[in-house]
Write a protein that binds this ligand. Sequence first.
Ligand code: SF4
Ligand code: SF4
Length: 190
Amino acid sequence: MNRGPFFVLQAAYGLVVGLLTTLKYFFSKKATIDYPRVPYRHAERFRGVHELRRYDDGLERCIGCELCAVACPANAITVIGAENDPHAPVSPGERYGYRYEIDMLRCIFCGFCEEACPTDAIVLTPRFDIADFTRDRLIFGKDKLLVRDPLTQHRANTESAAETEPGVVPPAPATPPPPTAVPSQPTGAS
Ligand code: SF4
Ligand code: SF4
């Protein structure tokens, strides 16, 4: 079928416009990034995965008061406090967080827990990549939340995910806190 010169011109015009569009974006700044090799930088106020912090001497900041659990609108936090052993305290107060869990599937990352905490123990970091294959593994306990090295914990709130290495457990401190004795009479659960 002979479609005539108009059809040829129309096809050529479309081809040229397409190539020009390709050329235009080929040399402009890319809208995508090579994640995860290139980390995504969120806004400074971005709230991501939580972190349970320590004091510089290694003692845990959490005193098991459960205020964060009470403030949580999603009922995502479970705290069970226990009395500190005076000879091997886990935290500076009388009590510490014997069990601390956050259900990341429930969490809406509102930051209310961070605001409610009287000791700045729980903070939200810029980390965001927490995808996993089972629900159980998205309930983060102290093994995932508690920082090992108190000297690096502040980085989480001040630097991007590039520096905090999501999912990587920092090395243990040179002088770890005394081992936790068998807790005496855990009290109360949220
Ligand atoms: S960020 Fe909000 S929803 Fe998530 S655990 Fe804290 S208080 Fe609950
Ligand atoms: S994280 Fe803070 S608010 Fe929550 S139980 Fe520990 S000390 Fe209390």
